[in-house]
Design a protein around this ligand. Structure first.
Ligand code: C2E
Ligand code: MG
Ligand code: MG
Ligand code: MG
Length: 288
């Protein structure tokens, strides 16, 4: 609402009242527009998933994919998550959208299995509201059962802040998910202000080092890769797989490989692509 918009505008340190009003109105209008279009998008099947490969840094082989939501709007064209995920969370639409994503990812996993492509894991991003929803586990179980997907092929990506919001509830839910066979990844690792001792108590399979730390590798200074190096050795000691996100150039790739990071994901290997392109890469086993 307007108060919230005003609050955020003030928070950003903008002091001009005229600017506030303008900013406040356009934000509210944009939000309304996106929200009403999102409702229609679900009914009209405007969502699609793109896939980005995760690559074993030692062998160069694809180990799995991350499903990334795309919105094909009839007038606006391809809309990226940063334009609509936050709004979908605010108005609660993320729950039905998230169900659609989980179902679509499971259906794709089954299609790839039926096409004879070696079981590639599909990672799905789960937002705070979805994870906290009391029906989350039951709905996931229903989707996995209905689609016939192998839960072991499914990986849920959760951010630290989602996990840390209510540690006891998270731990109980993660235990149920693990018992079902689903894998758990911590997304954007290092950007939340979480306690490492709590994180250590969760059954986490994968740590995804946030892009910002990977970007810092090329800085030229030796200390720039320090955080990445520290996360890699922590993951190794805790028996977690470590994936570096946002790998864009050869220097980053070489650094990560030299430091024995397990996997990488980023434009250096492949951008997110449509399912058919991903299928061709999965068949080849390596990025095109
Ligand atoms: P994320 O889960 O951290 O996903 C990684 C993002 O980094 C993706 O952006 C991906 O396209 C982008 N990326 C990959 N490699 C590179 C690279 O080398 N350089 C740079 N600069 N970027 C790279 P995308 O697809 O726009 O998604 C943004 C965020 O939106 C995701 O961040 C995730 O938090 C959220 N998101 C995406 N799909 C879903 C979904 O189905 N459900 C929910 N709840 N959130 C989603
Ligand atoms: Mg992710
Ligand atoms: Mg991430
Ligand atoms: Mg992110």
């Amino acid at each position: 609402n307007a108060d919230t918009a005003m609050y955020h505008a003030k928070e950003r340190g903008r002091n001009n009242y005229q600017f506030f009003r303008h900013d406040m109105n356009t934000r509210a209008v944009e939000r309304q527009l996106v929200e009403s279009n999102l409702r229609r998008a679900l009914e009209h099947g405007e969502f699609t998933l793109h896939y980005q490969p995760k690559v074993n840094l030692e062998s160069g082989r694809i180990t799995g994919v991350e499903a990334l939501l795309r919105w094909q709007h009839p007038d606006w064209g391809l809309v990226l998550p940063e334009r609509f995920i936050a709004i979908a969370e605010e108005c609660g639409l993320i729950v039905p959208i998230g169900n659609w994503v989980l179902r679509a990812a499971c259906m794709q996993a089954v299609r790839w299995r039926d096409a004879g492509i070696a079981a590639a894991s599909i990672a799905v991003n789960v937002s705070a509201l979805e994870f906290r929803h009391r029906d989350f586990f039951d709905r996931l179980l229903a989707i996995v059962t209905e689609t016939g997907a192998d839960p072991a092929c499914l990986q849920l990506e959760l951010t630290e802040s989602v996990l840390m919001r209510d540690v006891a509830t998270s731990a109980a839910l993660l235990a149920k998910l693990k018992a079902m066979g689903v894998q758990i990844a911590v997304d954007d690792f290092g950007t939340g202000y979480s306690s490492l001792s709590y994180l250590n108590q969760f059954p986490i399979d994968v740590l995804k080092i946030d892009q910002s730390f990977v970007k810092a590798i090329d800085g030229g200074m030796k200390s720039n890769g320090a955080i990445v190096g520290a996360v890699i050795s922590m993951g190794r000691n805790l028996h977690q797989q470590v994936i570096a996100e946002g790998v864009e150039d050869e220097a980053q790739f070489a650094f990560l490989k030299a430091h024995k990071c397990n996997e990488g994901q980023g434009y250096w290997f492949s951008r997110p692509v449509e399912a058919m392109q991903m299928q061709a890469m999965l068949r080849a086993g390596v990025c095109a």
